[in-house]
Design a protein around this ligand. Structure first.
Ligand code: BGC
Length: 777
């Protein structure tokens, strides 16, 4: 529905202008957009142009009181381009009204938020979501997030996060899609289409489609030592072959905006890096959206040591940044830089134009209240359908890491799935917390409205299973650490009893149970931003609890909460069943019930390698061979690339995840053993469900370029397909291999497919593959 708001004429001392809001700009051609914006910019003062580039802190804005907030004054002066992380459609409408009615030109604001994995209906953390390998489900999660956020006034989300990372010490791996660029690119596309709309020619046309902002451009996941915000230094070769693909995929999918990363790239902070922001992003990839800095990204360059606020603000704009998040370096200094000739008016115009274009594409000039339909929240947010979808996707994101019988070495049936009978004791610091279920970066979450594991299991299993509970331990013995790991309303209500008292209570509850579900691991804020760790073991008191539970002789399922790969050697050795549930979002508890009790067969596969110890990090499947590789199956060989104290293998490899059933792969059939440079070859395998349960399998295609002009990885993911197979059923899966799929960036960064031999590998994880050989002529 278009609304044609009245044109508002405001007389100022020297100027009489007409508000632009309310003009119908929908469905106009790019030429018409240019004309509209040119005419608007002709009316703008330098200060107003700079104002469009400003994204300040919203401060406390209360519904009905928007006018009295500090930011209101700036909005009325035309010194604000947008606001972020304001929640509530009425509040947002009030603020929009200020911009439209009280600022000289009535240019609408853009309202952003970190809608990272859902809005009020929360989906699994992105790392978990990626383990579903289900692009339709991932796109649907973004679609639902867009519907809910847009119903609440939001038109722009700071998502998807596309930073490839190989370092689980970095807490923000929870926000990304793991270590693989090919998968990361597919997910980037799915997310952008989910947010902005799948029809590339008509994205953002609807009022339930919102603008994506892919981040953090670039290489933020490669910080030294896994420490957040740390320095990145990387060859261009590695950048383009191993890190850039997901960002480029987001550009291709039409992402309307990008966010600069905090880190430096090649010695220059990304926020001032012209090569990155202009040469690569715009000139090489053709990005035509706008670039926003990350939070205080501009003023942080003073700490980086490249100048004062005026200098770094000018450098950012000159590099190709369009919007300044929070620093207020642009509003504070750009005018002076223009007067001093340090920034040209053309550069300012370009950035201002990009901001106005974004608002135009969103349809905000047509209807500034497009996202402010007061009837929508009740209808569109946290609905039954959305929650059902979230529950299904959560189940798909879980990764079954181990499932054996309770007697080691016996041929008895594996512990999972559990039978719906008897008494199940849910024990652990993560067992009865609501606020930790959604996981990190869930800004709009209704923290008290999602069931805890204990509550969810009780509800789902009512009348069949008696569910009991004990906390068993705190998160970690160090109270200060626990406080840091449970911020933002995610308290685990630290227990003041002694460790022994808590343990005794847990053992009493365990004594009355047939099965123990141990809900252990990280709290939600133990991963995410500013949550780097150097020790990735199960926290001390939780390990003691787990040992004591195992000693009872009862069957124990470790239901593992985590936002990152942990080091779980002891657990793998000693616990019969481990289900990694990440943080599954608002419906976590129900999804856990579905999977533990066999209504859903787990199908998640890891998208990040689990190392055996922290010293192996960075450990990733697509590494290079080196000149001194370790022989297959060996641990230590003198003068080979290895360690004295641990082998080179991960605990769980990339692509790994078990099911309640088993799958068998046939040998690979190639349509022809060789391929011309302009041709293609089809590689097929037959996958058979050889177990007793129906289930889904993710078949993965890897290649190895055996001889290159530069060294090539031992394996690279180049395709995947998730298939559902009934017990006993077989399906043939085919992958088309084209020269494009075999291409890489050579030494001079040309994208080439070099003739020669390639290993073609297909299997259920990066370690278990069938292999054949293909020659490219
Ligand atoms: C994070 C971004 C986020 C921004 C806005 C920053 O601290 O790095 O990912 O989008 O804050 O909340």
């Amino acid at each position: 529905m278009k609304t044609f708001a009245l044109f508002i004429t405001i007389s100022l001392s020297t100027l009489t202008v007409t508000s632009v809001a309310g003009k119908d700009t929908s469905k106009r051609s790019p030429q018409e957009m240019d004309k509209f914006i040119t005419e608007l910019m002709d009316k703008m003062t330098i200060e107003e142009k700079i104002g469009q580039l400003n994204l300040p802190v919203s401060g406390e804005i209360t519904t009905g009181q928007a006018k009295s907030s500090d930011v209101a004054r700036k909005i009325e002066q035309g010194l604000v381009g947008g606001l972020f992380n304001l929640k509530g459609v009425e509040k947002i409408r009030d603020v929009q009204k200020l911009a439209v009615e009280n600022s000289r030109l009535g240019i609408p604001l853009i309202f952003g938020m970190d809608v990272i994995h859902g809005y009020e209906t929360i989906f699994p953390i992105p790392l978990g979501l990626s383990c579903s390998w289900d692009m339709a489900a991932i796109e649907q999660s973004a679609r639902i997030a867009a519907i809910e956020a847009s119903a609440d006034g939001i038109s722009w989300t700071f998502s998807p996060m596309l930073d490839i990372s190989r370092d689980p010490r970095w807490g923000r791996v929870s926000e990304g899609s793991g270590e693989d660029p090919f998968l990361g690119g597919a997910i980037a596309k799915a997310m952008v289409l989910g947010y902005q709309g799948a029809d590339l020619n008509n994205q953002l046309g609807r009022n339930d489609e919102i603008m994506a902002c892919f981040k953090h451009f670039a290489l933020y996941g490669a910080g030294e030592a896994g420490r957040d915000y740390n320095t990145v230094d990387m060859s261009r070769n590695r950048m383009f072959n191993e890190y850039m693909y997901p960002y480029e995929a987001a550009v291709k999918a039409g992402a309307g905006s990008a966010m600069a990363s905090f880190n430096e790239v090649d010695g220059v902070p990304a926020t001032a890096n012209k090569w990155l922001m202009t040469d690569v992003l715009r000139n090489q990839w053709g990005f035509d959206g706008f670039v926003v800095t990350d939070y205080t990204g501009i003023s942080e360059m003073i700490e980086h040591g490249i100048g004062d606020l005026q200098t770094v603000s000018a450098r950012a704009l000159n590099a190709g940044i369009d919007m300044d998040m929070v620093s207020e370096g642009f509003v504070g200094t750009l005018k002076k830089s223009i007067d001093e000739g340090k920034v040209s008016i053309e550069t300012l115009n370009t950035a201002c134009r990009r901001m106005l274009e974004a608002k135009y594409k969103l349809g905000l000039f047509d209807d500034p209240y497009k996202y402010c339909d007061l009837k929508r929240p009740a209808r569109d947010i946290f609905t039954k359908e959305h929650r059902q979808a979230a529950r299904k996707i959560a189940g798909e994101s879980f990764v079954l890491l181990k499932n054996s019988s309770t007697t080691p070495g016996s041929s008895a049936a594996p512990l999972l799935p559990l039978k719906k009978q008897g008494t199940v004791a849910v024990i652990g610091p993560l067992a009865n917390t609501r606020s930790n279920m959604p996981g990190t970066w869930s800004v709009a979450a209704r923290l008290n409205d999602y069931p805890s594991v204990y509550e969810g299991l009780k509800e789902v299993l009512a009348g069949k299973v008696n569910v009991t509970y004990a906390k068993g331990s705190n998160l970690i013995s160090d109270a200060v650490y626990e406080e840091h790991a449970t911020m933002f309303g995610r308290s685990l209500n630290r227990d003041n009893r002694t460790d022994q008292e808590m343990l005794d209570e847990a053992l009493k509850v365990a004594a009355g149970a047939d099965v123990i579900v141990a809900a252990l691991g990280e709290s939600s804020e133990m991963s995410g931003e500013s949550s780097s760790r150097t020790n990735l073991n199960m926290p001390d008191v939780q390990r003691t609890l787990l040992e004591a539970l195992l000693k009872t002789g009862k069957p124990v399922v470790l239901t593992l909460f985590t936002g990152r790969p942990l080091t779980l050697n002891w657990e793998q050795e000693n616990v019969p069943a481990i289900l990694n549930v990440w943080f599954g979002g608002s419906e976590t508890a129900y999804a856990i019930a579905d999977v533990l009790f066999g209504d859903v067969n787990p199908s998640g596969k890891l998208t990040m390698t689990f190392p055996k110890n922290v010293g192996q990090i960075p450990l990733f499947y697509n590494h290079k061979n080196t000149g001194r590789p370790l022989k297959e199956g060996k641990w230590f060989q003198k003068f080979r690339s290895n360690y004295l104290d641990v082998d080179n293998d991960p605990l769980y490899p990339f692509g790994y995840g078990l099911s309640y059933t088993t799958f068998q792969y046939s040998d690979i059939a190639l349509s022809t053993p060789s391929m011309e440079h302009n041709g293609s070859v089809v590689a097929s395998v037959t996958v058979t469900n050889t177990g007793k349960y129906d289930g889904a399998e993710v078949a993965q295609l890897y290649i190895r370029d055996l001889v290159g002009s530069i060294t090539r990885p031992v394996k690279e993911l180049k395709g995947f397909e998730k298939v559902f197979l009934k017990a006993g059923e077989s399906k043939t899966i085919s992958f088309e291999i084209t020269p494009g799929l075999l291409s890489f960036y050579d030494y001079d960064l040309n994208y080439v497919a070099e003739p020669g031999d390639f290993d073609i590998m297909i299997g259920g994880n990066s370690r278990a593959v069938k292999t054949t050989r293909l020659t490219l002529r």
